[in-house]
Design a protein around this ligand. Structure first.
Ligand code: HEC
Ligand code: HEC
Ligand code: HEC
Ligand code: HEC
Ligand code: HEC
Length: 179
């Protein structure tokens, strides 16, 4: 993406128009190529609600880097196997899902989870400043602890980001999120 190199903070308004034009050309791609489905089918039935109800496993146990990094992080198969070496599921149906997990572990393959939240490449969203500003995960991701299947509950549009930035006095110039 050429916009990465534009050095937005110092460019004159004309270049902002170029930015808008180049971003708009990205937008001509079919939306589905950019935005993930609201609740895509996953390679195996991981359930947030079960893991929260059974033993209140903290979010950070699996999404270990949200507080100090851009990305929230995704658990490795080894993280799952730390428990599922012993925990085999409460029914035959769930046992089948855990069987798939063991298959990935045996082959040392990262589980190809489908993205649920996904911004286009020309937008920067770092988790760290938002966690530092003391926002709970639920503000942007909803009641994850009660979800059987992960779903996106917020629109993740520019208007949504900007509304909170303005309400909270966070920066709202273009270069904050597009650089
Ligand atoms: C035992 C591990 C584990 C724990 C604990 C856990 N998650 Fe997850 N999380 C996953 C896995 C695996 C996925 C991918 C599968 C899916 O989307 O359901 C995921 C997906 C997600 C996603 C969607 C990622 C995307 O593709 O956009 C969000 C948001 C999320 N988790 C938030 C949370 C929050 C908030 C908590 C705490 C309430 C939490 N998770 C606790 C394992 C975990
Ligand atoms: C801290 C321990 C722990 C970790 C880590 C963990 N699980 Fe679980 N998981 C459990 C427990 C406890 C259950 C409840 C099933 C039971 O009690 O037999 C469960 C249930 C399940 C079930 C079946 C649901 C059911 O009710 O039987 C699946 C599928 C599953 N986990 C997948 C995963 C995946 C995939 C990961 C890694 C992303 C993961 N788990 C990480 C403890 C864990
Ligand atoms: C201010 C809103 C906001 C808060 C608060 C927030 N997230 Fe996110 N999260 C997002 C957005 C937006 C994305 C999509 C990022 C992208 O596509 O670049 C995302 C993506 C994710 C993903 C997918 C993997 C990744 O890193 O992109 C996971 C997992 C996740 N968030 C977990 C969490 C957890 C756990 C918390 C609480 C510790 C949390 N989030 C707090 C907005 C938020
Ligand atoms: C719930 C309110 C809220 C939402 C929603 C939100 N933000 Fe933020 N954002 C903040 C706050 C508050 C800060 C912290 C500002 C600070 O550290 O002073 C921040 C900081 C940032 C920063 C770092 C700014 C800097 O220069 O330090 C970026 C980049 C950012 N947000 C992008 C986004 C994007 C992109 C979205 C939408 C996908 C989004 N934010 C949604 C409240 C929010
Ligand atoms: C707080 C973060 C944030 C700020 C500040 C921000 N944007 Fe965005 N922008 C986004 C997000 C998120 C998207 C992608 C989602 C969407 O299209 O709504 C986006 C998308 C866009 C698009 C593509 C629209 C489309 O239809 O796909 C353009 C053009 C754009 N921004 C221009 C700007 C300009 C110009 C500014 C400054 C006046 C600006 N943005 C400031 C977050 C931000």
């Amino acid at each position: 993406m050429p916009i990465v190199t534009l050095g937005l903070r110092i460019i004159p308004p004309v270049s902002v128009l170029v930015l808008v034009a180049s971003l708009s050309s990205c937008a001509k791609e079919p939306r589905a190529m950019i935005a993930a489905e609201k609740s895509p089918v996953q390679p195996l039935a991981f359930m947030h609600d079960v893991h929260f109800e059974v033993n209140r496993i903290p979010c950070a146990y699996c999404h270990f880097s949200a507080a100090y990094s851009e990305e929230a992080g995704m658990p490795s198969v080894a993280t799952c196997m730390g428990c599922h070496r012993f925990v085999r599921g409460t029914s035959q149906e769930f046992g089948t899902e855990i069987g798939k997990l063991m298959g990935f572990a045996a082959d040392s393959i990262a589980i190809p989870w489908a993205r649920v939240h996904s911004l286009p490449d020309f937008v920067q969203f770092p988790h760290k400043p938002h966690i530092r500003a003391q926002f709970d995960c639920t503000i942007c991701h909803g009641d994850v602890a009660g979800m059987v299947q992960m779903e996106r509950v917020k629109p993740l549009t520019m208007g949504w980001c900007l509304k909170c930035h303005r309400d909270e006095g966070a920066p709202d110039d273009c270069a904050t999120c597009h650089y």
